[in-house]
Design a binder for this molecule. Structure first.
Ligand code: G
Ligand code: G
Ligand code: MN
Ligand code: NA
Length: 249
C-alpha cells in the first residue's frame, strides 16, 4: 500500500531515470543501438531496480503511465542526443493485455519526431501467451508504425518454433543464461551456436546478451552472431556518460 502510493508519487516527482546499455554490431565494429533500462531513485530507499517495482506497477496498472514516461523519454533522447543510433524499450507483458499500446507508441513517436525505424520494442515470449490472436494484432499494428520488434530473454519462455514463424519479429536477444556457460561448457556452446542458426533460418538478427569476457565475444563472432550486449562492451549508464563515451570513440 505504502509502496503503491510512493510509486504514484514518483512519476509526478520525477524520480525515475533511464540508463542506456550499448549494443555492439560485430560486423560494423561499433555501437549501433542502446537499450533503455529503468531506475527509480527513491527518496528513502535509494536506487531501486526494475525487479523491485515493475511487478507492483503491473499489478496496479501504474505500468501504463510509467511505460509512457519511458517511451517518451527514450524517443526524445534518441532523437536529440543519439544521432545514428536506435533505442530499444522493454514492453511489459501486461501492456499486451490492454488495448492502446499501438496508439501510445504512435504518440511517443509523434511527440519526439523520432524516425520509427530507430525505435525497437523488446517483448518477452510469454507476453503473447494470454491471448495470441490479439497479441498478433497488436504486433502487426506496431510493425505498421515502422518500429522493430525484438524477442527478449529468448530461450527462457514457453514459445515454440511456430512462434518465430507466426509473429512479425525482426530480431531475437539470446538470454544471458546461455552465454554465461560459454566458452567452457561444450553444452552451452552448442546451444548458442544452434540458437544463432535457428534465428538466421528465420531471417532474424541475433543479439547475444550478458557478454562479459573477450573469449565469449570471440566465440560469438565465430558463430556469426550479429550483435552483442553486456558488461564487456559497456554497463548501462546515464545519457550524459553515454554521450561522453561516444565522443571519445
Ligand atoms: O538492469 P536491469 O536490472 O535493469 O533490468 C532488469 C529487468 O527489468 C529486465 O528484465 C528488463 O527487461 C526489465 N526492465 C528494465 N527497464 C524496463 C522498463 O522500462 N519497462 C519494463 N517493463 N521492464 C523493464
Ligand atoms: O531482461 P533484459 O534483457 O531486458 O535485462 C537485461 C538485464 O541484464 C539488466 O538487468 C542488465 O543490467 C543486465 N545485464 C546487462 N549486461 C549484463 C552482463 O554482461 N552480465 C549480467 N550478468 N547482466 C547484465
Ligand atoms: Mn531487455
Ligand atoms: Na534479455
Amino acid at each position: 500500500r505504502e509502496m503503491e502510493k510512493s510509486l504514484r508519487e514518483a512519476l509526478k516527482e520525477d524520480q525515475f531515470r533511464l540508463v542506456y546499455q550499448p549494443r555492439y554490431d560485430m560486423k560494423a565494429g561499433r555501437v549501433v543501438a542502446v537499450e533503455a533500462l529503468l531506475r527509480w531513485h527513491h527518496p528513502l530507499h535509494g536506487l531501486l531496480m526494475p525487479d523491485q517495482f515493475i511487478p507492483l506497477a503491473e499489478e496496479t496498472g501504474i505500468i501504463i503511465s510509467l511505460s509512457d514516461w519511458v517511451l517518451n523519454t527514450a524517443c526524445r533522447d534518441a532523437q536529440h542526443e543519439l544521432q545514428g543510433m536506435s533505442v530499444s524499450v522493454n514492453i511489459s507483458a501486461v501492456e499486451f493485455q490492454t488495448s492502446g499500446l499501438v496508439g501510445r507508441v504512435r504518440d511517443a513517436l509523434r511527440a519526439s519526431k523520432l524516425d520509427p525505424a530507430r525505435l525497437e520494442l523488446e517483448v518477452t515470449e510469454n507476453a503473447t501467451l494470454w491471448n495470441p490472436q490479439s497479441s498478433l494484432e497488436i504486433m502487426n499494428g506496431l510493425k505498421a508504425l515502422g518500429v522493430r520488434l525484438l524477442i527478449d530473454d529468448f530461450g527462457t519462455g514457453y514459445s515454440s518454433l511456430s512462434y518465430l514463424r507466426n509473429f512479425p519479429f525482426d530480431g531475437i536477444k539470446l538470454d544471458k543464461s546461455f552465454v554465461a556457460g560459454m566458452p567452457h561448457s561444450e553444452n552451452a556452446n552448442n546451444i548458442v551456436e544452434n540458437m544463432i542458426g535457428l534465428g538466421k533460418a528465420f531471417s532474424l538478427s541475433i543479439t547475444a546478451e550478458g557478454v562479459e569476457t573477450p573469449e565469449q565475444l570471440e566465440q560469438l563472432k565465430m558463430y556469426q552472431c550479429d550483435e552483442t550486449q553486456g558488461y564487456l562492451i559497456s554497463r548501462p549508464m546515464p545519457l550524459e556518460e553515454l554521450k561522453a563515451q561516444i565522443e571519445k570513440r
